[in-house]
Design a protein around this ligand. Structure first.
Ligand SMILES: Nc1ncnc2c1ncn2[C@@H]1O[C@H](COP(=O)(O)OP(=O)(O)O)[C@@H](O)[C@H]1O
Ligand code: SF4
Ligand SMILES: [Mg+2]
Length: 400
């Protein structure tokens, strides 16, 4: 029988989808909790100059309303000693991508369903049982190892989370524990991540990290989080992230919850830290000004996909995707004319449960042609470092 309205699912169809989703979630949960040899998740980098390579990552949420393809085939690299900025409007999948890297996606609803997250770690050499190997002096042997984080069982994540990759969140109050002092929480990082660390060693390290982020340790060590201002708390979070000497710091909107003058101070601090640590920063923000100031490379996301990526110079001086061009116009600038309105890209992002098969930006795009109603555009390379997913540049690819 012909359905009355093709936009609505019948009860039977809803139940069938729910059953299928439950099966998928069960399978992925079992995979996450499996016991396996590290050879199952040790891999090699495609380019040795990178510390992180995300390739064709898909992270979905299986909700009762349908499957939200929050991250839908995302690929980008973070080269060693660089700052990579991720931009895109709210809800485009920036946080879900970074939470996938940290394996903090909440199951069973949220799952990494496909793709690779290759990370170059510096970890203990391990025996067949997965135990760290010590040399004749009792020192643990270290080695460089590439892990595919997407393939790691969840109980192995402690090898990298917090230690090799640290995260600074938007709202430090929710990431600090209100019942412990700043000192106790900072010491804990060293006590967990440095084998045989003593309390004295941990305290010394905590104070060193506090000084590094511009805090006099005596002023905060014995205080509780609620006794500090927002800016101070964010500094403490950065100190905590640094305490484990990570190779990669993920900063997700690190200044959004702070007022403007404090924002500038925290950004200066991050820039300072970039010079001091031998690592990379993945900086997520919807603020293009922050990206222009901090990043070496920029990745522009839209509705769960990367639509353009390149060096900071390429993205700001030679943006190609109509969305990136629109974003630049929507950036507030200093102008003598107070009445100048902020340019707004008209329209909305499509519903993440029901994405079209053509370019997701089509409904908002002023440059759209007949071709844009066809297949979703592939990535076109416009320079050795510059890529764009838009049919306007298909010719460039064809020409080499
Ligand atoms: N736990 C969840 N359940 C269902 N959908 C989610 C969940 N977390 C995030 N999403 C969806 O995933 C998409 C991407 O979210 P997010 O990565 O947080 O965006 P942003 O780019 O603002 O950081 C959004 O559409 C959001 O609604
Ligand atoms: S593919 Fe077409 S609709 Fe999409 S951004 Fe390019 S020109 Fe616009
Ligand atoms: Mg976010």
């Amino acid at each position: 029988m012909e359905k009355k309205n093709k936009n609505y699912l019948t009860g039977k169809e809803i139940r069938a989808i729910a059953k299928e989703n439950a099966q998928i979630m069960r399978r992925l949960e079992a995979f996450k909790n499996r016991i396996c040899d590290e050879s199952e998740f040790v891999t090699t980098m495609h380019d040795d100059a990178n510390i992180l390579e995300i390739e064709d990552l898909h992270t979905y949420f299986f909700t009762e309303q349908g499957t939200v393809k929050a991250v839908n085939g995302v690929s980008y690299n973070v080269p060693k000693n660089s700052v990579v900025g991720i931009v895109g409007e709210s809800g485009c999948g920036k946080s879900v991508t970074s939470m996938s890297v940290m394996r903090l996606i909440q199951g069973p609803t949220g799952q990494i369903v496909d793709g690779s997250i290759r990370f170059k770690a510096y970890d203990y050499q391990r025996d067949e049982d997965g135990e760290p190997v010590a040399d004749e002096n009792g020192e643990y042997r270290m080695e460089e190892k590439v892990y595919d984080i997407a393939q790691m069982p969840i109980h192995e994540i402690h090898r990298i989370r917090g230690k090799q990759i640290a995260m600074i969140f938007q709202e430090p109050m929710t990431s600090l524990n209100p019942v412990f002092t700043i000192g106790e929480q900072l010491d804990e990082v060293t006590l967990i991540h440095v084998p045989d660390a003593t309390k004295e060693m941990a305290k010394e390290k905590s104070c060193e990290m506090l000084r590094l982020v511009g805090i006099i340790p005596e002023n905060v060590y014995d205080r509780f989080p609620h006794e500090l201002s927002g800016g101070m708390r964010q500094r403490v979070m950065i100190a905590m992230a640094l305490a484990a000497e990570p190779r990669l710091i993920i900063a997700d909107e690190p200044t959004t919850a702070l007022d403007v003058t404090i924002q500038a101070q925290i950004l200066d601090l991050l820039q300072d830290i970039k010079k001091k640590i031998d690592g990379s920063i993945l900086l997520i923000t919807h603020d293009l000004g922050v990206i222009a100031e901090m990043a070496d490379y920029v990745v522009v996301m839209y509705a769960g996909k990367v639509i353009e990526k390149g060096t900071v110079f390429e993205i700001f001086q030679d943006p190609r995707h109509p969305y990136t061009i629109g974003l630049q116009k929507s950036k507030p600038t200093m102008t003598l004319d107070d009445s100048a309105e902020l340019y707004n890209i008209p329209g909305n992002v499509p519903n993440p449960v029901n994405m079209p098969t053509h370019c997701y930006f089509k409904e908002r795009c002023a440059k759209c042609t007949a071709k844009c109603s066809g297949e979703y555009p592939g990535m076109v390379q416009v320079s050795p470092t510059h890529f764009v997913a838009c049919h306007l540049y298909d010719e460039e690819n064809a020409n080499g």
